[in-house]
Ligand binder design. Structure first.
Ligand SMILES: [Zn+2]
Length: 55
């Protein structure tokens, strides 16, 4: 069965896959960070939750 959601590595929230852009380079076919985090990144140049240096 395919997963219907995943954890965003940035905000560490479990979100449905519709909240992620597709990315063929990723093993699961979706980007590591959710759309919300990507929006913030585009605006500010950095991800909203930069703890652990993971995003
Ligand atoms: Zn996120």
């Amino acid at each position: 069965m395919r997963a219907t959601g995943k954890y965003c590595k940035c905000c560490e929230e479990y979100k449905p896959l519709t909240e992620f852009h597709r990315n063929r380079k990723q093993p699961d076919g979706y980007q590591t960070y959710c759309i919300d985090c990507n929006k913030v990144y585009k605006k500010t140049g950095k991800f909203p939750f930069a703890r652990q240096g993971s995003c």
